[in-house]
Design a binder for this molecule. Sequence first.
Ligand code: BDP
Length: 600
Amino acid sequence: MLYPKINDARTVMDLSGIWDFKLDDGKGFEEKWMEEPLADPVQVAVPASYNDQIEGVGYRDHCGWAFYQKEIEIPKILLSQRVVLRFGAVTHSAKVYLNGELVCEHQGGFLPFEAEINHLVQPGKNLLCVAVDNRVNYSTLPIGNEVGAAFFGSDLPDIPSVNETVQKPHNAPNFDFFNYAGINRPVKIYTTPKAYIRDIVLVPELKDGEAKVHYRVECAGDAGEDSGEVTVRFFDEEGEEAACARGSEGTVLIENPHLWQPGNAYLYTAKAEYGEDMYEEKFGVRSIEIRGTQFLINGEPFYFKGFGKHEDSEVHGRGINEPMNVKDLSLMKWLGANSFRTSHYPYAEEMLDLCDREGIVVIDETTAVGLNFGWNDEGYAKFHTKEHHEQVIRDLIARDKNHPCVAVWSIANEPDTEKQPQAAHDYFMPLYHLAHECDPQDRPVTLVICQNDYTRDITAPEMDIICANRYYGWYVFGGDLDAAERAMRTEMKYWEKLGKPWMLTEYGADTVAGLHKATGNMFSEEYQVDYYKTINKVLDECGFVVGEHAWNFADFATIQGTLRVDGNKKGLFTRERRPKLAAHYFRHRWHEVPDFGYKG
Ligand code: BDP
């Protein structure tokens, strides 16, 4: 799906700003709140999560629908064009109305969706209404628990006082990040000519110092008289034409190409023209390949240094925060990091554009987190996520396929792959193959496994790169780093035999900024440093380890619970991005560890 851009043929209106907002009291649909201006609304900013914008438990912990409204006018002059309403992400599901009429519905809180609205636009004022549902359950991604206690909350004891107490409906996410909701990413109206470019696919192929670029331009709409044929011109960063082609599909040659390299990005532009329409898509020339235990970028063995992250910041919640995105990439460079994983959902398109530009390598993850704890003996039969999971993989890859920064697709985080190994295999292997089929660049595909009896797992070994989260020294052998080191080493002997590239996608220790001990213990800044030194020592011994991603880049908000003191504190930075001691440790380490050829 193309990102809305303004150019000679298209215009974009950004609907960011203050919108009317009202939590549903259970009667919103029955009373048809979408048809009239909301009675007694509060004001919230869009895009952003609503939870932390207004004080009160009611807003923070709301469970169910909420309504947003904005009055908009569309300039008459635009109505001869296709007028499209587009949402970057609405969490987790949305119903969109214009003047009381349903425009579209969407499931899933982290990918864009859009609809043509010409037939519903009225002259003058139009009432745009977006109903948003934040509930998660066994058929959504991410997964929520339908009954019982929340993940990381307290397990409820089986005693009369508890059994006789009815709790108010509440969110019980089966994942460790606050269930922020709302219109989290930009809302835009854009136009295209009636015959328009629907999509552009770009596949660079690097061989013997030359780059072939296979392209496809998909056109759609009313072709009218004669929309003519497609022309695509390729420009380098200086604006010089590097190649040109006619036809909706073809291959061009770029001689002496500038490569897109981690830390040294170079972006070409493909300018497609079709009839009245045109669109410019950026791309990079680079190759990604797995050879034996190596992960190669442009033919060189790459070593991932970086983080699992979250889209999480004060007040914005999970809403896009572009200054913070810029700051985060700047801090990554300060640390000598070169990569991150979009744990545990697709991040905003704006962030991927930034990573393309800054040369940061991305492991791009779906929303499939939580297919794990609390499912007891029912196994995968308990979840009804398969079709939605397939849709998320299709939509994610359709959105991000051209980004040079994206190096790996992660189809899930910490699913259970151990309790019913065959059921996990049956569920995930078709998704693994689907991801390969969907990606025109055929990047490596993985899923990220959790700490478990790895010897029972028959799914992870099938992945192109094995990605594991390990907490030896925290959840396992917390406080005993000697044991952590030995356990980690024992496990690595197991993985070595597989002969595949392996990376540690999460490891970390909760750390309260400012808590210092001469002899570090759990939660102190010194312990976090000792923990990382211990595990890194083992990683450095293993030639098949292709990367280390600390958990987490920064402290982040979670559900309330006895294991979380105002959120998850495993950040190398605080939530405000102040470095802990471990950030300085990694800064020292990662400036010594090269991006390429670290393990020979
Ligand atoms: C892992 C999860 C991650 C959690 C982390 C933790 O992948 O989402 O935040 O543990 O406990 O299991 O800090």
